[in-house]
Unconditional design. Structure first.
Length: 288
């Protein structure tokens, strides 16, 4: 499953959690970490536990607190056996943290007779150390299907503001994309854009991530969902071009040719494979 947009909803706010499911995000992330004050952690945990009492109409994840915090065990206990796809593990900095949480999840799944559930685990890389350890983290557990970039904490960690040009993320984004591919997992998820009212900046931010190879972007406001979904979806022109490439190449291949021209451009196996990827994403999102 590829996610174009994933919307955060504070675990302490039932109204916002309910509203999230009426919107067009591909998935929802109920947040027990940064969106919740320290004094409200217990309250948010109980709210999420109660909220997840029934199955949800969209794929649902829960962002839990850093594995090094005292909150992690209670966070995991609150969602054990609940109808969620997986967890986002905040501020992941090592493969050991991933394996530790994997172990805790396995124990909790056994306790709740959900041994076959196998929640996914999405490491949230938000520090310089986490970015440098991206490949090891990506391969730390079969539960890890994708990585996620946390931009606000990352810029704080390296001592720079989150800009509208995105220069400060070039290395981190590239690192996550390459590490994910090398580890054989899905393309990563891009950081939220904090400029809620600046849709132009959001769009440019999303385009940069899309060009670098991210599958989608996390969002924090309903107004961000539509632009992000559009940017991370193939256009009709891209879909038709991909169809043309695949059809022409399959015909040529049947005649023993491995390199052709389509609309004046060279087409060989890597180009065809990319075209097939575009068609696969389009089909998964109901665009064809």
């Amino acid at each position: 499953m590829l996610y174009r947009s994933m919307l955060f909803a504070p675990g302490s706010d039932t109204k916002k959690m309910n509203k999230a499911y009426s919107l067009e995000a591909d998935a929802i992330i109920l947040d027990l970490e940064d969106a919740v004050a320290y004094s409200q952690k217990d309250f948010a945990r109980e709210q999420v536990r109660e909220f997840l009492g029934a199955s949800q109409p969209k794929p649902t994840f829960v962002r839990v607190n850093d594995a090094k915090t005292p909150f992690i065990l209670q966070d995991l206990q609150a969602i054990a056996g609940k109808p969620v796809v997986g967890i986002f593990l905040a501020k992941t900095e090592s493969a050991e943290e991933v394996r530790h949480v994997d172990w805790l999840l396995s124990l909790l799944e056994q306790e709740h007779n959900a041994g076959e559930q196998k929640l996914e685990l999405v490491p949230f890389l938000e520090t310089a150390l986490g970015i440098e350890k991206a490949y090891e983290i990506a391969g730390a557990s079969p539960r890890v299907k994708r990585l996620a970039l946390g931009g606000n904490d990352f810029t704080t960690d390296i001592g720079t503001p989150y800009s509208t040009t995105g220069d400060e993320f070039f290395y981190a984004r590239s690192r996550l994309v390459v590490a994910s591919r090398a580890a054989g997992i899905e393309a990563p998820l891009d950081t939220v854009c904090p400029f809620i009212k600046d849709i132009d900046s959001l769009q440019e931010d999303a385009k940069r991530a899309q060009r670098l190879g991210f599958q989608g972007k996390m969002v924090i406001h309903p107004n961000q969902i539509g632009p992000v979904n559009k940017i991370f979806s193939p256009t009709q022109e891209e879909i038709e071009n991909a169809r043309k490439i695949v059809a022409a190449f399959e015909e040529a291949e049947a005649q023993g040719t491995g390199v052709i021209q389509v609309d004046g451009k060279m087409v060989e196996y890597p180009i065809v494979n990319r075209a097939k990827q575009v068609l696969a994403v389009a089909q998964a999102k109901g665009l064809v």
